[in-house]
Design a protein around this ligand. Structure first.
Ligand SMILES: C[S@@+](CC[C@H](N)C(=O)[O-])C[C@H]1O[C@@H](n2cnc3c(N)ncnc32)[C@H](O)[C@@H]1O
Length: 237
């Protein structure tokens, strides 16, 4: 009996597999997807010798930021040292004032309020001597009308946009614009939320950015997690 026949005739196996998969917590899958995407981005940029910093918009508890520092060390063993600086941007207190079009029950300030000192201490412990900087505060106060040049950040190697709202993602994209080079990878962690509305969320912010700056061409390179997407800047005129 082949495997298909066995499964067709054995509903117990179907039920068993469904139970096992439903037991895996969504949050776990979501995080693993994000980790694997960061790992791929570090691998691809190391493979192609794309220099520069890792920029993360939306640090929260530091889980993805710490993973990026960890995985960079491993990838450097394969491809050699890259001198990557890790720079994170977060208020550690949510989004600040939320625009009408950004309102969403899952993105509320109180959800993202964390014990900043504990998070910062843990990030420091995880850095293992790598260069890092955390820019604390609401983006309106830290990055609006500023660019990477104001922070002496030269080139972006990998950027994680994980700040959920259209306005936050818009400010992040405008900020990083001068640092985008051929080979920069941008990961959008919340690409499909807001019911797939093309005007809203990170999707909306990135669409507007691409229309505003047609001189930068992006190529979609992979999808990951629960509706997240990765792009590479492949041509800058
Ligand atoms: C989904 S969480 C980030 C998760 C994190 N990357 C991880 O994997 O653990 C989103 C974070 O973005 C931050 N954020 C979003 N918009 C912001 C803004 N305008 N100013 C400051 N922080 C902001 C929130 O405070 C929150 O911590």
């Amino acid at each position: 009996m082949n495997l298909l026949k066995l499964i067709k005739n054995n509903l117990f196996i179907q039920n068993f597999v469904a139970s096992i998969v439903s037991l895996i917590p969504s949050y776990f899958e979501f995080s693993v997807g994000k980790y694997l995407a960061i790992k791929k981005a570090f691998y691809i940029t190391a493979h192609d010798s794309t220099p520069g910093s890792y920029l993360e918009f939306g640090v929260f508890t530091g889980s993805s930021f710490n993973f990026a520092m960890k995985v960079n060390k491993k990838i450097e063993k394969l491809f050699g040292k890259m001198d990557c600086e890790f720079i994170g941007f977060d208020s550690f207190d949510g989004f600040g004032e939320i625009n009408k079009e950004d309102e969403n029950k899952s993105f509320q300030n109180h959800i993202f309020s964390v014990n900043k000192n504990k998070v910062l201490k843990n990030i420091q412990n995880c850095s293992k001597g790598q260069k890092l900087k955390i820019v604390e505060g609401f983006y309106k106060n830290t990055i609006e009308n500023k660019t990477t040049k104001d922070f002496n950040i030269d080139k972006a190697r990998v950027v994680l946009i994980d700040c959920d709202l259209k306005e936050s993602a818009r400010l992040a994209l405008e900020f990083i614009k001068p640092s985008i080079q051929e080979g920069t990878i941008i990961l959008f962690d919340d690409y499909v939320f807001f019911k797939g509305n093309k005007e809203k969320g990170e999707y909306g912010a990135f669409s507007d950015f691409q229309k505003k700056y047609p001189e930068i061409s992006f190529r979609r390179i992979f999808d990951y997690g629960y509706g997240s997407r990765a792009f590479i800047a492949h041509k800058i005129k």
